[in-house]
Design a protein around this ligand. Structure first.
Ligand code: FNR
Length: 347
């Protein structure tokens, strides 16, 4: 068992058993404007949508979580079955462990076996991309026969992890090269600290096809690393950064100024949060933690969770008079509180 692999198992166990969320993503500061007379048949509402040229059953995206340790295989199997059943897009967790050690591939390849038609997204850290080049990106995509690759950025986590990589020099160049040479769409993704308008322009300028917000206010890597830390100096470092990051709603409003498709993730907890994200400019709403717990339990628990999100999304669409996700994009919102104040300061 490699260090990367056992870390994957630690993360799953911690996320299921302990409180790993921090802060506020901002969805409580957003209200969709109620339409009292929607002239709309709720049961005929179309939740289907399109993303990077693919038709999807709904805007709910199963965000990148896991793989790389034998104990993660069942979770990925259930997530993949759900992706296939509801025609949802799905990201796998970082494939680094399996690229380092091909015996660990099974916990990823199971995803394509269970979801032969789903839109799957491979996953690789920007540091691994810089250090191993396009060849690792190619192997990651091939491993699960993916339609796209997500390159994740997690500077906060790297900075407070004892085994983390503390130097990002050369990452942007590696990203630019990948976007130029790769035959699959590249999605650049944060993992809980969000992306600013300026960074979004840099990412789009490098040629990325889409951006996944990975905003602040949901799963917190500062919190997870603090819980994992067995030395108090590292625990204190995690503690000091519990409130670091751009809340998802603020980040979404910033990133949309750079243009291009957007996945909103980080602290979305209901179908109403998905609806709000789309009204604010996202194409998809991704969830990790809310799907992890039911996926650890059973196929039925996961289906029930997904159907609950879809019901909430549908009611929110009805009450804004949105017959389709395209209509929902034009739904009006009120933005209040801290989110509004932060948006006044954005560039
Ligand atoms: C993640 N996330 C993640 N992201 C990524 O790009 N590569 C990865 O390997 C992982 N691994 C991972 C494991 C676990 C257990 C969780 C909960 C999350 C981040 C995830 O995709 C998402 O961006 C954030 O978790 C924010 O969404 P939630 O959890 O607040 O819905």
């Amino acid at each position: 068992e490699t260090a990367t692999s056992s870390r994957k198992r630690d993360h799953l166990v911690i996320c299921c058993e302990q409180p790993v969320e921090a802060g506020d993503a901002g969805f409580n500061d957003v209200r969709l404007v109620h339409n009292a007379l929607p002239e709309c048949n709720m049961d005929a509402i179309e939740t289907k949508t399109r993303f990077l040229g693919r038709a999807l059953g709904s805007p709910l995206f199963i965000a990148a979580m896991t793989g790389g340790h034998p104990d993660t295989l069942e979770v990925n199997r259930r997530l993949a079955r759900a992706a296939e059943r509801y025609n949802l897009g799905m990201g796998v967790g970082s494939q680094r462990a399996a690229l380092e050690k091909p015996e660990l591939e099974e916990s990823f390849t199971v995803v394509r076996e269970e979801a032969p038609r789903a839109f799957l997204c491979a996953n690789l850290g920007i540091i691994q991309l810089r250090d191993h080049g396009i060849e690792w990106a190619e192997r990651a995509v091939e491993m699960i026969d993916a339609q796209a690759i997500a390159i994740h950025i997690n500077s906060l986590q790297e900075a407070i992890q004892p085994e983390g990589d503390h130097n990002t020099e050369g990452c942007l160049e590696a990203l630019r090269y990948l976007c130029e040479e790769f035959s699959y769409p590249v999605i650049v993704k944060e993992t809980g600290s969000g992306i600013s308008a300026g960074t979004a322009r840099v990412i789009r300028g490098a040629g990325a096809s889409a951006i996944d917000i990975g905003g602040y206010g949901g799963t917190s890597w500062a919190k997870i690393e603090r819980l994992r830390a067995n030395d108090s100096r590292l625990a204190d470092l995690g503690e000091a950064f519990l409130s670091w990051g751009i809340p998802t709603v603020v980040s979404l409003c910033e990133v949309r100024t750079a243009g291009g498709p957007i996945i909103a993730t980080g602290g979305l907890r209901t179908g109403v949060d998905i609806a709000k994200s789309i009204a604010l400019g996202a194409d998809l709403g991704g969830m990790a933690l809310p799907l992890l717990k039911p996926a650890m339990e059973s196929d039925d628990a996961l289906s029930a969770a997904i159907e609950a999100m879809h019901r909430e999304l549908r009611v929110a669409m009805f009450l804004t008079g949105s017959r389709s996700t395209r209509d929902l994009r034009h739904a009006r919102t009120y933005i209040t509180g801290l989110t509004r104040q932060m948006l006044r300061n954005s560039d």
